[in-house]
Design a protein around this ligand. Structure first.
Ligand code: 5GP
Ligand code: MG
Length: 191
């Protein structure tokens, strides 16, 4: 898998040092509140595990399942929720965790959904934030790293459901992305 990368942006050790800092900040700011973490699956599973074990607060964890990419490398602009996974956040202080803030459409949709369910406060924590103009007016209060506007994989982030278990974050070789798209087209033609 590593050899499919053009470049590593963040090694595991760098990510974990940054998570120590983020966790300390979150712990301090929520120490007198009852915190409910809502993690956005699948992309945030590794981030969630590593971050939350560094936060020594009696928090609750819920997960929501949404999709907006559907196998490509750009957002489709349509965010779909797995209705069964929507947590009861009425009256709770919610911290939404996601892998990456890109167009902002996903986070905007989740914030609206949880706000509509009566959350007392909602803040956002993302591992990565792309520096670009967003399609929705949304930002994160806690950010691991700001990155350029390019497609990244690893540490929970996938390309066609692969590379999520890479311990680092990196950029795929263009030919690997091309080959992935070609394979997807071929599989579709066969249907
Ligand atoms: P947004 O709605 O902000 O455009 O996209 C958010 C979701 O799209 C993220 O939670 C993530 O699953 C996916 N996404 C956005 N940018 C990237 C990227 O560079 N790499 C990967 N693998 N997924 C991304
Ligand atoms: Mg995601």
């Amino acid at each position: 898998m590593l050899r499919d990368l053009d470049r590593v942006l963040y090694h595991e050790s760098t990510i974990l040092v940054r998570l120590d800092e983020l966790a300390a900040q979150i712990t301090k700011e929520y120490r007198d509140l009852e915190l409910t973490v809502v993690a956005v699956l699948n992309g945030s599973f590794m981030f969630m595990g590593d971050l939350l074990r560094r936060i020594p607060l009696p928090l609750r964890v819920d997960c929501v399942s949404v999709a907006s990419y559907h196998g490509g490398t750009e957002t489709t602009g349509k965010v779909t929720f797995d209705q069964l996974s929507i947590p009861d956040v009425k009256g709770r202080h919610v911290l939404i965790l996601d892998d990456i803030l890109d167009s902002g459409l996903t986070m905007d949709a989740i914030k609206h959904k949880l706000g509509g369910l009566g959350a007392k406060s909602i803040k956002v924590c993302v591992l990565l934030r792309k520096l670009k103009k967003r399609m929705a007016e949304v930002d994160a209060e806690y950010v691991g790293f700001d990155i350029g506007d390019e497609f990244v994989v690893g540490y929970g982030l996938d390309f066609q459901e692969k590379y999520r278990n890479l311990p680092c974050i990196g950029v795929l070789l263009p030919e690997v992305i091309e080959a992935g798209f070609a394979a997807a087209r071929a599989a579709k033609d066969k249907e």
